[in-house]
Design a protein around this ligand. Structure first.
Ligand SMILES: [Zn+2]
Length: 426
C-alpha cells in the first residue's frame, strides 16, 4: 500500500547514514554553543538544493549569544503545488558536552556494526537526518502534494531553548496559519509517540541567620540549621506526599509517574574558596537551596508552590527567628497532546504500517521544546517522535541504530502522507 514511499526511503539509506555522520562532525556543544552557524548552514544548504526556501535566524540578545557563539537557527520550507496543511519537523542541533568515558571519538561520526556513534547521535542528529530523508522521499514520490513541509534546526534546547524554538515562536515561526502540525524527532524510540511532558518549577529558598563568632554561636543565628529544619520537614511531609500523587499521564519510566522533587544544590556559610586552608570561624547568616519540582497534569502550579511555602510559613511560626525568602527560577506547565489529535493519529498509522502494532503512548519525565511550541506558538498538535533510545542520550559512546533511523524515517514519511494527502496509500 505504501510500497513506493518505503522504497524511496530504502534507496536513501547510505545518504541517511552519511548525513547523520556529517551532522555529528559539527561539535555543536552547548554550552557554550560551538559551531552552530556551520551546522545550521550545512542543513540549510542541503535543503536549499532540494528546493526549500531557507532562512537563517540569529537569536540576538538571547542567553549566550555573542559574535563568537552566535545562536543561529535554520528554518526551511517547501510549498507544495496547492494549498494545504503544513507539517513542521523541528530538531535541536545542539548537543551536551562529550564528558569522560568514550571509547570512540565523540565527533568523528564513526559508523560501525549498524550504528552511528557520536555525541548527539541519538539526541538528536539521527532524528534530524531521519526527518530530512523522510521529507525528501515523500517529495520525490508525490511531487504534486498539497500543503507544505518545514524542517528546522534550532539551538539551545539543552539549555532551555530560549535562543532556539522559543525565539522563533516569538517571531511567529511556530504559529498558524504558517504551521499546523509539529513533529519533534527526539529519541523516544521508533515505536513510541511522546505526547508531552510533566511540568517544572525551579525555585531557590534562602534561610536567613545572623553572623557571629563560631566560638559563641549562641550570639548569632545559624542559617544552615534553619535550612536543616526545612529539609527535615521535606523528608517527613513533602516527599511522602509527592510520592502518593499518581497521574493518568503515561510517563516513562515508571518511577516518574508520580510527582517528584530534586534538591539540586545547597550552599550555606563560607564559600569553599578557603580550601586548602582553614575556614574562618563564623556562624552562617545565609543558606540557599535550589529545588527542582516536577509536577503532573492533575496538579496546578499554585498548589505545587503552596505545598512548599506552607511548610516554610509554619516553620516561621514555630521556629524561633526563622526567616526565609523564596525566588522562582523557572516554570513550565505540563503538556499532553490528546490521542485523537491529527499528528498523533497520522504517526500512529505509520507505526502500525511499519511495525504491525499499536504505538506506545508516553510522556517524557523532563521537558523539551514542545513547551515553546504550545505556550508561545499556540500549536497543540505537536508530538515528539524519533529514532534512538533515550537512555543513551548524554552518555559516553552515544549511538543511534541505522535500522531504527530507517524505520523511523518510513513512519515519518507515512505520517506526512496522512497529514498532507489524507491517505497511507500510494
Ligand atoms: Zn534532545
Amino acid at each position: 500500500m505504501t510500497e513506493r514511499l518505503l522504497k524511496a526511503v530504502d534507496a536513501r539509506i547510505d545518504d541517511l547514514v552519511a548525513l547523520t555522520a556529517d551532522l555529528i562532525r559539527f561539535p555543536t556543544v552547548n554550552p557554550p554553543g560551538e559551531a552552530y552557524r556551520p551546522c545550521a548552514e550545512y542543513v540549510g544548504e542541503r535543503l536549499r538544493k532540494r528546493g526549500f526556501e531557507t532562512e537563517f535566524i540569529r537569536a540576538e540578545g538571547t542567553p549566550g549569544d555573542t559574535d563568537r557563539y552566535p545562536r543561529v537557527n535554520v528554518v526551511a520550507r517547501f510549498d507544495g503545488r496547492s494549498a494545504g496543511a503544513c507539517v513542521h519537523f523541528n530538531s535541536h542541533i545542539d548537543v551536551v558536552e562529550a564528558g569522560e568515558g568514550w571509547t570512540v571519538d565523540p565527533f568523528a561520526g564513526l559508523v560501525k556494526d549498524g550504528r552511528v556513534y557520536g555525541r548527539g547521535a541519538c539526541d538528536m542528529k539521527g532524528g534530524l537526518a531521519a526527518s530530512i530523508i523522510a521529507a525528501e522521499a515523500f517529495m520525490e514520490v508525490f511531487p504534486d502534494f498539497p500543503g507544505a513541509i518545514e524542517i528546522s534546526g534550532t539551538v539551545d534546547e539543552e539549555s532551555g531553548g530560549f535562543g532556539g524554538v522559543a525565539h522563533l515562536a516569538r517571531l511567529g515561526y511556530f504559529s498558524k496559519p504558517k504551521v499546523d502540525h509539529v513533529i519533534i524527532p527526539e529519541p523516544l524510540n521508533k515505536d513510541r509517540i511522546c505526547l508531552g511532558h510533566r511540568g517544572v518549577w525551579w525555585a531557590e529558598i534562602e534561610t536567613k541567620g545572623e553572623i557571629a563568632h563560631g566560638s559563641m554561636p549562641f550570639l548569632g543565628d545559624n542559617a544552615v540549621r534553619h535550612m536543616g529544619a526545612v529539609l527535615q520537614a521535606f523528608e517527613d511531609e513533602l516527599f511522602p506526599a509527592l510520592d502518593r500523587k499518581v497521574t493518568r499521564m503515561p510517563v516513562v519510566p515508571e518511577g516518574a509517574k508520580r510527582s517528584t522533587m530534586n534538591i539540586n544544590s545547597i550552599h550555606g556559610g563560607q564559600t569553599e574558596d578557603f580550601r586548602p586552608g582553614l575556614p574562618s570561624p563564623n556562624v552562617p547568616d545565609s543558606c540557599r537551596l535550589t529545588i527542582d519540582r516536577r509536577f503532573l497534569l492533575e496538579e496546578d502550579l499554585a498548589t505545587v508552590k503552596s505545598e512548599v511555602t506552607d511548610i516554610l510559613e509554619r516553620l516561621k511560626r514555630e521556629r524561633k527567628k526563622f526567616d526565609y525568602e523564596i525566588r522562582d527560577l523557572m516554570e513550565v506547565l505540563p503538556l499532553m497532546t490528546e490521542r485523537d489529535a491529527p499528528v498523533v493519529k497520522a504517526v500512529a498509522q505509520g507505526i502500525m504500517a511499519i511495525f504491525d502494532r499499536e504505538p506506545d503512548y508516553v510522556i517524557s519525565p523532563g521537558t523539551y521544546d514542545q513547551k515553546h511550541v504550545a505556550r508561545i506558538g499556540h500549536i497543540y498538535d505537536c508530538i515528539a517522535y524519533g529514532p534512538g533510545i533515550l537512555d543513551l542520550a548524554h552518555r559516553p559512546d552515544e549511538w543511534v541504530g541505522i535500522a531504527d533511523m530507517v524505520e523511523s524515517a518510513k513512519v515519518m514519511a507515512i505520517g506526512l502522507n496522512v497529514l498532507l494527502r489524507g491517505t497511507v496509500a500510494d
